[in-house]
Design a protein around this ligand. Structure first.
Ligand code: SF4
Ligand code: SF4
Length: 374
């Protein structure tokens, strides 16, 4: 196996630069016409986690979406733009407006689809597990996935494989968190969903990434790159290297490799364009709870009373909006007069509350011993 991955510099989000870099990425892979034909329905799936401005680096930048959309249109195909944001539905239109996806639709004439209201198709893995996938994903002739490279406090990194978790509409995502409370089990769910929704092409927005406690409460980090491949697992291997994770550290990548969904090793990846060793990469701050994931399960059980990391609220930032209450899959957060309260005995540490708080009011609180270790 020799899997091509195209890595291209993109200095900023000005449209000519993004357009050129996207074109170069696709050219390295043989051109977009290899994947897209006239009149085909092409689902373009960015990461639209929440209704935030692109400058926050939480969502795929609209210029990347626009450049891909226009190149699809140039081939006579029909682009459809869609994703399911995180959490219960508080208004997809606000997400489209704030992330500037509406502007892309206005500029290009591409159709926006709401996964929340478009229905689902059941799809079953070879192991017999059924997932309910948004219809526009299943019905598309071609899927082009546009992830944003970010750290993630549950899965450590979110990139190409994790982006397809957004194929699951709204509340069902929380259900899957509940059914798979351990990070490794959740990673298995993510890979299952990826295996049922595999994109034909993935292009990663890593011009401005996110580091620290992502995917929404971290900090923007400039890397100045776009990278692309037909194989999302290979892209995640490249992404993990760029971010500074150890080999095999990302559960979703390891599980996907074991299932034969990607290259077994980095040697099977052929980089076209920029060699990683020649790029002045920034030092990424990795999630603050990362050390806990390195502790073996049996030991973790023993030391949990002393070594823990859990969500807590920064009073000054909390607006008592109750987004966290509505989105906790185990109902471990209760409404309060001035702010919600946690019932840690029910908490599965899925970090959905941390991910979905619109005001960066939830932080990862560490026990005294955890602070000394990590
Ligand atoms: S912690 Fe965040 S999500 Fe929860 S009520 Fe406060 S501001 Fe809203
Ligand atoms: S309190 Fe937060 S971390 Fe705990 S289960 Fe609920 S959403 Fe997940």
């Amino acid at each position: 196996m020799n899997i091509p991955v195209s890595v291209v510099r993109c200095d900023d989000y000005t449209y000519p630069n993004v357009h050129r870099a996207v074109q170069t990425c696709f050219d390295h892979l043989g051109g977009l016409k290899r994947f897209v034909r006239k009149d085909q329905k092409v689902l373009i799936k960015p990461n639209l986690l929440s209704a935030k401005d692109p400058s926050r680096a939480i969502t795929t930048h609209p210029m990347v979406v626009r450049a891909v959309t226009e190149q699809v249109q140039n081939l006579g195909a029909v682009p459809i733009l869609g994703d399911s944001p995180g959490g219960v539905d508080r208004g997809i239109r606000r997400v489209w407006e704030n992330t500037k996806l509406s502007e892309v639709a206005g500029q290009t004439g591409a159709k926006l689809v709401a996964f929340e209201t478009s229905g689902v198709h059941p799809k079953t893995t070879p192991a017999g597990k059924t997932y309910f996938i948004a219809k526009p994903v299943v019905d598309a002739d071609v899927i082009i996935s546009l992830p944003k490279l970010k750290t993630h406090t549950l899965t450590l990194m979110t990139c190409a494989v994790k982006n397809m978790f957004g194929s699951i509409p709204g509340f069902r995502k929380a259900e899957y968190h509940k059914q798979a409370p351990k990070p490794k089990d959740f990673a298995q769910v993510v890979v299952d969903i990826f295996s049922l929704t595999r994109p034909h092409l993935t292009l990663v927005d890593a011009v401005v990434c996110m580091d620290g406690d992502g995917p929404s409460s971290g900090d923007p980090k400039y890397a100045g790159l776009l990278f692309s491949s037909t194989n999302a697992v290979a892209l995640d291997m490249v992404a993990a290297k760029i971010m500074g994770f150890k080999d095999n550290e990302i559960d979703t990548t390891r599980i996907a490799q074991k299932k034969g969904l990607g290259p077994k090793s980095f040697e099977q990846i052929q980089i076209h364009g920029e060699r990683l060793e020649d790029i002045p990469l920034p030092k990424f701050v990795l999630p603050s709870n990362r050390f806990i994931k390195m502790i073996p399960d049996f030991l973790l059980k023993l030391i949990t009373p002393f070594v823990w990391v859990r969500p807590n609220i920064l009073d000054g930032n909390c607006t008592n909006c109750n987004v966290c209450v509505e989105n906790c899959p185990t109902k471990s957060i209760h409404k309060g007069k001035n702010r919600p309260h946690f019932d840690y005995s029910r908490c599965i540490n899925c970090m959905c509350c941390h991910e979905l708080c619109p005001h960066r009011a939830i932080y990862l609180q560490k026990s005294r011993l955890a602070r000394r270790i990590g």
